[in-house]
Design a protein around this ligand. Sequence first.
Ligand code: A3D
Length: 321
Amino acid sequence: MARKKIALIGGGQIGGVLAQLIAHRELADVVLFDIVEDMPQGKTLDIAEASRIDGFDAKLKGTNSYKDIEGSDLIIITAGLPRKPGMSRDDLLTTNAKIMKSVAEGVKENAPNAIVIIISNPLDAMVTLFQRVTGFPHNKVIGQAGVLDSSRFSSFIAWELDVSVKDVNAMVLGGHGDSMVPLVRYANVNGVPVMEQLERKYGDAAKAKEVMDAMVQRTKMAGGEVVKLLKTGSAFYSPAAAATKMAEAILGDQKRVLPSCVYLDGEFGVNGYYVGVPAVLGANGCERVLEVTLNEEEQAALDNSVNSVTNLVADMERLGF
Ligand code: A3D
């Protein structure tokens, strides 16, 4: 059986790590596309020359031509500028919308049957724009944000409780912005509620809440924390890992439940917007949304986050996209 094919649109920081992760796992053959001449060819050659060392046969090709993405099963888009220090995700809107429009046209023409994962920011708007330009079915256009935001939240919990992160289940809903909603009440360590463990650790409910609030806040600001340290770009190892997890779920028809930016048609009370929610990812892309019972406070936080998404999409429309 022929190996699957993944095209990566954008060969920058995230695109490069994605190419390496996908090749190492032999998840698919990789085409790395970028508008910068020679760079994707150089990166893929460099990764491919380690194939004997790491023992992988996946093929890699760098390109500046959309023709090479033909026949892709999956496309992961990172084309666009990353945030600079002090810049909000929303500042990126105009620049990245122009880029996304051209990418969407290239993908539509050359890989009309692919499932597409988008990482470019501002995420919720870029996913919406890509779907509108291509007219691809909603279930085949998915944004990556929640897997990363949830991994960040889970990591902070594991470090705080000094337990293996593999046993932490914690999820973040909503848009990929400062209003995202880490779901505290459902966070658990192999079924044991995190809040209960914090209360036991500190022997004090108020202190436990204070510690949790700090972790929630750090999760919301985690992208900016990395931007501030890197100074010349934004996180790239972890977003690449997150999208690889989603790609594995889709190409392997795994039905993994991964928080993803997917199109809502009434779920969670949202109509016609892309928002981060738990989604079943399989061969058909987003196969189903798992709804969660939210209490009043959680629903209000989600509504607030959905509000930022609808405002962002309205801004994009006002700018002519
Ligand atoms: P970077 O290293 O700058 O790579 C972006 C690449 O896109 C560059 O190589 C550009 O040459 C390329 N590019 C520009 N215009 C086009 C075009 N028209 N067609 C094809 N390629 C083009 O950035 P990065 O890899 O660090 O980040 C990529 C994007 O992901 C940015 O928008 C980030 O803000 C975003 N990002 C999202 C998350 C999420 O969790 C959602 C996390 C981190 C970064």
